[in-house]
Design a protein around this ligand. Structure first.
Ligand code: AMP
Ligand code: ZN
Length: 122
């Protein structure tokens, strides 16, 4: 797709800090992170928005979402509290359409994680 920022990133025409790549997906660091870890997962094919998806995209969407726990683990979005209990975690989000806050019209899954500054270690 001409003139699509994320297609250009997928084609390596625009640089990005890539953290995962396979035949279908690319994951890279968001340029304006909203959390200590902020990764975007995109399909390499151009799909403008989630609203363009239907049942034929089920496998692709599943792969995008299933990548999040792997990225979270690799990016260190987990802690072990002093009492040994597991903590940490992350959020996933897909903004769709203008009222959904979508700015880049190439489907992408946000993965936010990292330590919350307001959280007090117990
Ligand atoms: P959205 O509002 O869901 O469309 O999110 C678009 C995201 O793309 C924003 O969080 C931007 O910071 C991010 N972004 C825009 N340009 C780039 C870029 N060149 N490399 C990495 N992330 C980008
Ligand atoms: Zn695109």
């Amino acid at each position: 797709m001409d003139n699509c920022l994320f297609c250009k990133i997928a084609a390596k025409q625009i640089p990005a800090t890539v953290v995962y790549e396979d035949d279908e997906l690319l994951a890279f660091k968001d340029i304006r992170p909203h959390a200590p870890v902020h990764i975007l997962v995109i399909p390499k094919i151009h799909v403008a928005t989630l609203s363009d998806c239907d049942a034929s995209h089920t496998e692709l969407l599943g792969k995008m979402l299933a990548l999040a726990p792997r990225l979270a683990k690799e990016q260190g979005c987990a802690v072990t509290w002093q009492d040994g209990t597991p903590g940490g975690g992350y959020k996933t989000m897909i903004n769709s359409g203008p009222d959904g806050g979508q700015e880049v019209y190439h489907l992408h899954l946000h993965m936010f994680g990292g330590p919350h500054p307001w959280r007090v270690e117990r």
